[in-house]
Design a protein around this ligand. Structure first.
Ligand code: BT5
Length: 317
């Protein structure tokens, strides 16, 4: 959605706003206002034409208009109903030199997790990829993954207070996975060219078709989810972390379900057992093995005990 259309959309309200008012505020002609209103209507925004002006009646639950309405972060939202993978679409934008674009879809046919695992992506979920060009060295990009996880956790908190993050970036409600993040990037030795943060969240899809051990936001809240509102919150929180990355780790610690637990971490070369004691910049887990304290940068984490370390095996998931 381009800037002008976003401007027109932002001026719509539950009370009428006149065409000339919109034209002046957005710096366009009255004929152009009408064109943008028609385009918004074709995107599912219900707008009444009253003698006093245009009045917003209903926003679509999802899509570019549903997310862009009163979005503060400066992202351009691109909506596709069905894609193979939103990360792949975002890569095309990255190769064309674009930035600050969010690709959003209702379903994916080849949704990807980390290490080429697949991400089940039936209609009704949230599938989004944020393309940014931060001024960071590539080794620091994991902090953005944690930032995306915390931004998503904060948005989920408006639905369930039981949201936690399992290192590095599994979003969970109770013991069940509700979302995950796949970060991809390209860059030189000391400067990132682009980063894509792919966020998958189970929202309104049929709970029967999420994997074992997973849940959906709708199942957690007992009511259908307004996906547009959730995405908007994720983007506004994430944008704040882009400018204030120092806020990420303290907030990650507050959502963490991993710290304090006995864990087993499978890295590409090793298996590490120990107690997760902290998270360190840019996102490594500090593990006390009993013999030494090590910072683990990458791997799959399994929780072996409750956070009080009681030793009770709560299962591997
Ligand atoms: C992740 O990987 O958790 C990252 C998932 C990122 C998906 C988003 S959707 C938008 C963007 N476009 C993409 O193509 N990808 C991103 P990982 O930690 O590797 O977890 C993958 C594992 O989670 C799978 O092996 C399954 O066990 C499980 N899984 C698959 N689909 C799931 C779902 N819908 N809900 C919960 N768990 C799922």
């Amino acid at each position: 959605m381009d800037r002008t259309r976003r401007c027109v959309l932002s001026l719509l309200d539950s009370t009428p706003t006149s065409g000339p008012e919109i034209a002046e505020a957005c710096g366009i002609s009255r004929a152009a206002v009408w064109k943008h209103i028609e385009a918004l209507r074709s995107e599912g925004v219900e707008i009444a034409g009253t003698p006093n002006g245009y009045q917003l009646e209903r926003l679509p639950e999802y899509g570019a208009a549903g997310v862009s309405f009163r979005l503060e972060a400066p992202f351009n939202i691109v909506y596709r109903e069905h894609v193979q993978s939103t990360n792949d679409v975002a890569r095309t934008f990255a190769r064309n030199g674009e930035s600050d674009i969010v690709v959003l879809a209702d379903s994916q046919s080849r949704g990807r997790g980390r290490l080429d695992r697949s991400w089940m992506s039936p209609p009704g979920g949230i599938y989004m990829s944020i393309l940014v060009r931060p001024s960071l060295p590539p080794r620091d990009t994991p902090i953005l993954t944690l930032g995306a996880a915390v931004a998503t956790a904060k948005a989920i908190q408006s639905i369930s207070s039981n949201v936690t993050i399992k290192w590095p970036n599994d979003l969970r409600i109770g013991e069940q996975k509700v979302g995950g993040i796949l970060t991809e990037m390209e860059g030189e030795a000391d400067q990132v060219s682009w980063v894509i943060l792919g966020i998958g969240l189970n929202a309104n899809q049929d709970p029967e078709i999420v994997p074992d051990g997973a849940t959906t936001l709708e199942a957690a809240s007992g009511a259908p989810i307004d996906r547009g509102r959730i995405v908007r919150m994720v983007l506004d929180f994430f944008d704040e972390y882009l400018t204030h990355p120092e806020r990420i780790l303290p907030e990650w610690r507050m959502f963490s379900d991993t710290l304090g637990r006995q864990v087993r971490i499978t890295t590409p070369t090793d298996e590490i057992y120990g107690r997760a004691v902290d998270i360190a910049h840019p996102g490594s887990l500090t593990v006390d093995t009993g013999e030494e304290t090590i910072d683990v940068h990458i791997g799959d984490c399994e929780h072996l005990t409750t956070p009080d370390g009681s030793g009770r095996d709560v299962g591997v998931y």
